[in-house]
Design a protein around this ligand. Structure first.
Ligand SMILES: Cc1cc2nc3c(=O)[nH]c(=O)nc-3n(C[C@H](O)[C@H](O)[C@H](O)COP(=O)(O)O)c2cc1C
Length: 171
């Protein structure tokens, strides 16, 4: 992988995340890591003193094992893959790292950098530093239909905003 500037990224965040999916990963070589598939999230800018910090926002339900790692660590990564890895991402999004070593089972290779973890097979990796965390709350939903559709168990996601500190692309 080679590092590029965030401003040199050429992508469509709508299709990248919702069609292509991504792995949210946190943890490190010493203390262990976990990963899960996600298809909801945002890329953009907020805060900062100039044009806004480049940021990625992800949403994690309380029951995900990955949430324990994202909560514990200061960094997380977003790894994006070619369509060849759809089967692996589907598996990582339907099985929990609590129950098995799903990463080894799917043949992905963890790479450890900046106190966090990404995958060698990825085409694009965003290394993020957590800067904001908040649960989505029932009162916040102006369209209440979204609650019945998405949260029959009232297991609202927690939102995490990460400052994009490093962008790695396949060479
Ligand atoms: C395509 C796809 C997208 C998903 N998107 C999300 C998401 O954005 N947020 C979330 O909390 N779970 C999402 N999931 C579910 C988690 O990936 C899944 O529950 C996973 O098994 C959690 O693994 P863990 O317990 O090892 O963390 C998605 C699953 C799939 C298959």
């Amino acid at each position: 992988m080679k590092e590029i500037q965030v401003k040199d990224l050429q992508l469509n965040p709508m299709t990248l995340i919702s069609d292509g999916w991504m792995l949210i990963t946190a943890g490190n070589e010493q203390n262990g890591f976990n990963t899960m598939t996600a298809s909801w999230g945002h890329l953009g800018a907020i805060w900062g003193t100039n044009k806004g910090l480049p940021t990625a926002t992800v949403y994690i339900r309380p029951q995900r094992y990955t949430k324990e790692f994202v909560d514990r660590e200061e960094e997380f990564t977003l790894s994006f893959f070619s369509n060849d890895y759809k089967r692996q991402l589907a598996y990582l999004g339907t099985h929990s790292g609590r129950d098995e070593d799903k990463v080894a089972k799917m043949g992905l290779t963890p790479e450890f950098v900046d106190n966090t973890t990404y995958f060698k097979e990825a085409d694009l990796v965003l290394v993020c530093r957590k800067i904001y965390k908040a649960p989505l709350v029932e009162e916040g939903f102006l369209d209440k239909k979204l609650i019945t559709e998405n949260y029959p168990e009232k297991d609202f996601h927690t939102m995490y905003i990460g400052e994009i500190k490093k962008v790695l692309v396949r060479e």
